[in-house]
Design a protein around this ligand. Structure first.
Ligand SMILES: [Zn+2]
Length: 196
């Protein structure tokens, strides 16, 4: 089964021609014709994808912005999109240590990977080549932290894109010129557990 959050090659990214700069109350990116889901509650503009029937070729290294956002926001399983497993200790996440993680890892670390249900976590561990590096966590407070995305600068020749931005917290002034493609949560009240 292809995980819910994985992107397909026939889901095209939103067209550059749809972007504009909105001047008031302060300059920021917008779509020429805004739709309800285009901004999140933090005011950040989100990438648009054309939601197809998921019949194309799965792009396993890439997550679809809309489905990643939905799974991360609603704490749905990233594989089957049913509610993620939750116990008294919190939601089930699989995480692995990365160089940028705080020394307190896993407490206070950031993740772009939505949680999982118990069944899919078993499958993921069996099938994923990086499974040995996973640590199962129960997270009592997965706090909405920010986004990752692409920065767009308007120039006379058109839009200049910068994909090298690090993850940005809500409130960062650079977000006015970012189109978000992943929702990031900060893992708080973390307990390392055994595989369920
Ligand atoms: Zn699942």
């Amino acid at each position: 089964m292809t995980p819910f959050v994985v992107a397909y090659d026939d889901e095209l990214a939103g067209r550059l021609a749809d972007l504009t700069v909105q001047l008031a109350p302060s300059p920021r990116l917008a779509y020429k014709v805004m739709q309800a889901e285009d901004r999140d509650r933090g005011g950040v503009l989100w990438a648009r994808t054309e939601r197809g029937p998921r019949t194309g070729k799965p792009q396993y290294g890439l997550m679809d912005p809309e489905r990643q956002r939905e799974a991360m926001y609603d704490l749905l399983c990233q594989v089957c999109s049913l509610p993620a497993s939750r116990t008294k200790e919190g939601w089930l996440f699989l995480d692995w240590r990365m160089p940028q993680d705080p020394p307190s890892w896993p407490e206070g670390s950031l993740t772009n990977m939505p949680p999982l249900c118990v069944e899919c976590s078993r499958v993921a561990v069996k099938e994923c080549p990086y499974a040995r590096e996973f640590t199962p966590l129960r997270v009592g407070l997965p706090r909405l932290w920010g986004v990752s995305g692409t920065q767009y600068r308007p120039t006379e020749e058109g839009w200049e894109l910068d994909n090298s931005l690090s993850w940005l917290p809500y409130g960062d002034e650079r977000l006015s010129f970012v189109v978000a493609s992943q929702l990031i949560r900060e893992l708080r009240r973390v307990t390392v557990v055994d595989f369920p």
